[in-house]
Design a binder for this molecule. Structure first.
Ligand SMILES: [Zn+2]
Ligand SMILES: [Zn+2]
Length: 379
């Protein structure tokens, strides 16, 4: 019997906590996989499956609730219909490494110990240095022995085993005096709690409006670049390009940085964006879909668990079909039978020209669907 994953618990924390408690066991393959220093999508899928969260939906639910991934994807291009692009297929991305230093809030650890009987490691963005709830500095080295919470220092299970008989929640909290650090921590916290995406062009328009107001009052501009410097970002966000949405990534980072400079909180920024665009898609609406990059365009695969099939979507089809150069360059792509299909995964042709794997979609029972889609009560 596996333990229950806690709110905001990091993936490594959940696995190591299971390993620490007697009588909770993983099978040999899972144990071997979890013993690795670096985790990619393989381990994320494994944990999702253990929780009863299947397929792409389960993978993305785990990313959204237990990693810092929301920070990267809360802003979304209108032409992107997946939550995490091709992360579900790719093994390139690192989702946890034992080499990375872990950090924790001693007040959270103490409170968790009192309310749950144990504490745990939370997902924390690497740039966040303070606790958003308690405004105390996160600890990266042990206050009792000075060892770092990383390889060569304390192992992950020090959170449960303690250091020389002392629980990590007994460490003395240090109050944070850096308002910018607190704001960043709270931004991250609010991004993780948001229910909706923000379209990147909406966000850019809101930032532009704020910057114009700053120009009227130059002292408010502070260290920001001037409006003309931001102009090219605005322009790029408005490009109607359904083919290559991934070029918006640098833009996302820039807009979040600017929002941090211009807004007291992410919720205030989100409020302004939602005033301008009330119909932004919910965070969960793309959890069941991943994308395959191919030939400078994107194909999306949506998994339909009630039926056990995958649906292929090619939003740029119409746009590209009007381009004779493209059609001549990729004649084999224009085969409607292979592009527009929706057949059970076990009957799918073994290979297709996008180098995407056959979408194997498990047909889920009603009970399995309920387990997979239930959301934790926010506390
Ligand atoms: Zn805290
Ligand atoms: Zn120690």
């Amino acid at each position: 019997m596996l333990l229950r994953i806690q709110k905001d618990e990091s993936l490594r924390s959940y696995v190591e906590r299971n390993l620490f408690v007697p009588n909770t066991v993983f099978d040999n393959d899972a144990a071997e996989s979890f013993s690795r220093c670096n985790w990619n999508s393989t381990q994320v899928k494994l944990i999702a499956d253990l929780l009863g969260w299947h397929g792409c939906y389960g993978f993305n639910k785990l990313l959204h609730q237990h990693t810092d991934y929301p920070w990267e994807v809360v802003l979304k291009s209108r032409f992107n219909y997946s939550y995490s692009d091709d992360a579900y297929l790719s093994k390139q991305r690192n989702f946890d490494s034992l080499s990375t230093v872990r950090a924790y809030c001693p007040v959270c650890a103490k409170e968790d110990k009192q309310s749950l009987g144990y504490s745990y490691w939370r997902r924390i963005h690497p740039d966040v240095q303070v606790c958003a709830k308690h405004n105390v500095v996160l600890l990266k080295t042990c206050q009792f022995c000075n060892r770092p919470f990383a390889r060569g220092g304390h192992v992950v299970s020090v959170m449960w085993g303690g250091c020389a008989g002392r629980h990590l929640g007994e460490a003395q909290p240090v109050v944070n005096r850096n308002l910018g650090a607190l704001r960043l921590a709270q931004f991250f916290d609010q991004v993780c709690r948001t229910d909706d995406h923000i379209y990147i062009d909406t966000a850019a328009a809101i930032i532009e409006g704020k910057l114009v107001n700053c120009v009227a009052n130059p002292t408010a501009l502070g260290e920001l670049e001037d409006v003309s410097g931001f102009g090219h970002y605005i322009k790029r966000s408005r490009i109607n390009d359904p083919c290559v949405p991934w070029k918006y990534y640098a833009l996302t980072k820039k807009i979040i940085e600017l929002a941090l400079s211009l807004y007291e909180s992410f919720d205030d920024f989100k409020h302004d964006c939602h005033q301008l665009e009330p119909n932004a898609p919910s965070i969960r609406s793309f959890w069941d879909t991943y994308c395959c990059f191919s030939s400078n365009t994107q194909i999306f695969v949506r998994e339909i668990y009630e039926l056990g099939v995958a649906e292929w979507l090619w939003p740029a089809f119409e746009h590209l079909s009007r381009d004779p150069t493209y059609r001549n360059s990729f004649p084999m792509v224009w085969n409607p039978e292979s592009d527009l299909c929706c057949i059970p995964s076990d009957m799918h042709p073994s290979r297709n020209h996008y180098d995407a794997p056959c979408p194997g979609v498990r047909r889920l029972t009603r009970d399995e669907l309920v387990v997979m889609t239930e959301m934790p009560t926010q506390g």
